[in-house]
Design a protein around this ligand. Structure first.
Ligand SMILES: NC(=O)c1ccc[n+]([C@@H]2O[C@H](COP(=O)([O-])OP(=O)(O)OC[C@H]3O[C@@H](n4cnc5c(N)ncnc54)[C@H](O)[C@@H]3O)[C@@H](O)[C@H]2O)c1
Length: 286
């Protein structure tokens, strides 16, 4: 394993909490940075819930859970990232916020060889790299939701990423975390969202034009194509704000009409109906 086990995770929402959980479950020393104390508390709750679920699913022993808990520290001050050799950024999919976050990470991380990674789904890695004084150390490490369950990581070098950083990130994903790795060029959506997002948006357009109900659209793909869940349930799982943001970036990049977020998706986001994380999206989650 190429990495000293000192990982920093910035942003502890849906993804950051699970990335932190998985790293800690593999015995890594993890620090988590959140925006403010309220979000930090919520993030800590998500990490603990995710660890508890891993125990319930028989994936983690109770001793391992206890040592994983002890292996994670939480802070609102980015200074805690100073000694990290790998930082994974997982703040919301807003380019300006990510650029600003990379500027802050670059300012505090001391090891010049540290790898600065983003879990972005669609913001160009090169834009994040250029916010730092070390663009060759910046790379995309894109996890899939739910992180403890899905065995894939996309590795996304920018045009400036050093080959040894690509190797280190690949080793971290495959050897340290035991995930399957695929590599994508730095294009909005990468491989999986490049295929998935237009499919999810097509399902939303189908609902919007009253072809069928949300339940029937989802049942069609579950029972007709053996997908584990339908497209609208999957959009709810990802978070409709995140789906809309990824679609916007992909549309911005390619100007492909299939990538443009349909009005219903925008209205759902404006209404705060963001999917499973708030209890209601295309479906209800009591
Ligand atoms: N949701 C998914 O299925 C999924 C899958 C793969 C990748 N991603 C990507 O992961 C990233 C995070 O998505 P998410 O679904 O976890 O979003 P989320 O909204 O659940 O979590 C984002 C977290 O970042 C925190 N945050 C905001 N500003 C911050 C700052 N300045 N410093 C530290 N923390 C800050 C927020 O408080 C929040 O807890 C996005 O780039 C998204 O595209 C999401």
């Amino acid at each position: 394993v190429t990495f000293e086990p000192k990982v920093g995770v910035v942003g502890c929402g849906l993804m950051g909490s699970e990335i932190a959980q998985v790293c800690a479950a593999w015995g890594l020393d993890v620090v988590v940075v959140e925006a403010d104390s309220e979000s930090l508390k919520a993030g800590q709750g998500r990490v603990e819930a995710s660890l508890a679920q891993a125990v319930r699913r028989g994936k983690l022993s109770e001793e391992a859970e206890a040592s994983a808990r002890a292996g994670i520290r939480f802070a609102t001050d980015a200074e805690i990232l100073a000694d990290r050799v790998l930082v994974v950024e997982a703040v919301p999919e807003i380019a300006a916020l990510k650029v600003d976050t990379f500027r802050r990470i670059d300012a505090v991380v001391q090891d010049a060889d540290a790898v600065l990674a983003s879990n972005t789904s669609s913001v160009p890695i090169i834009e994040l790299a250029r916010a730092t004084g070390r663009p060759d150390r910046v790379i995309g490490i894109h996890f899939f939701n739910p992180v403890p369950v899905l065995p894939l990581i996309e590795i996304v070098p920018s045009l400036m990423t050093a080959p040894e950083v690509v190797d280190a990130a690949t080793d971290f994903a495959s050897k340290t975390l035991g995930k399957n790795v695929i590599r994508s060029a730095d294009r909005a959506g990468f491989i999986v969202n490049g295929l998935l997002i237009p499919y999810l948006l097509s399902a939303i357009r189908m609902l919007e034009s009253a072809v069928a109900t949300a339940d029937d659209i989802d049942a069609g793909m579950v029972h007709g194509c053996a997908h584990p869940m339908g497209p609208l349930a999957l959009a709810d799982l990802i978070g409709l704000d995140t789906v809309a943001a990824i679609a916007e970036s992909m549309y911005e990049e390619f100007k492909e009409p299939l990538y443009a977020p349909p009005p219903l998706l925008r209205r759902m986001v404006s209404a705060g109906l963001l999917g499973r994380k708030v209890g209601r999206g295309f479906h209800q989650y009591p």
